[in-house]
Design a protein around this ligand. Structure first.
Ligand code: FES
Length: 176
């Protein structure tokens, strides 16, 4: 294992560390819920698709976290200005699944990309911050997605899907 890492270039190891922390935070919140209010949805309701809230404040620029909603991995990327600029400089007409970056993020919150982390080819889980486009790389058959989660190379036919979500505050989103 290499020890090379830096704060301005997140590695896969950084991503996994943050993802684990997020999972622990969600688990902690779930454990507290029954004591706070019986009105909150129980675990089976959440698994069936109840909305979840995610606090984005611990996610540093350039990092990604993974949460689960309806049993699916959801990637949340805190994009750098470079990633946003790259995503917006693309000639949309040249894309296999043409879509502007603006259409895939929320206005006023352009730094946050929220996508379902399931490859649109055969359903593998892509790796964040890998590949040629500073986005996501699917190791199964080599599909490459850009920093907007749009398919750029490889067999996948469509962009990573954006789940329904909204900002409930500047640092918190509700998915579902
Ligand atoms: S499942 Fe991702 S490239 Fe085939």
């Amino acid at each position: 294992m290499t020890t090379a890492s830096s704060a301005d270039h997140p590695t896969r190891r950084d991503f996994l560390f943050v993802a684990t922390g997020a999972a622990a935070a969600v688990g902690g919140a779930a454990a507290l819920w029954p004591f706070i209010s019986q009105m909150n949805p129980d675990a089976s309701t959440i698994a069936a698709g109840a909305p979840i809230e995610v606090d984005l404040s611990p996610v540093a620029e350039g990092q990604d976290i993974k949460v689960f909603w309806r049993g699916k991995p959801i990637y949340i990327s805190h994009r750098t200005k470079k990633q946003i600029d790259e995503a917006r400089a693309v000639n949309v007409a040249s894309l296999p699944d043409p879509q502007t970056d603006e259409a895939r993020v929320k206005s006023g919150h352009e730094q946050w990309l929220v996508v379902i982390g399931i490859c649109t080819h055969l359903g593998c889980i892509p790796i964040a911050h890998e590949g040629n486009y500073d986005g996501f790389f699917c190791p199964c058959h080599g599909s490459q997605y850009d920093s907007s989660g749009r398919i750029r190379q490889g067999p996948a036919p469509a962009n990573l899907a954006v789940p329904p979500y909204q900002f409930v505050s500047d640092t918190k989103i509700q998915i579902g």
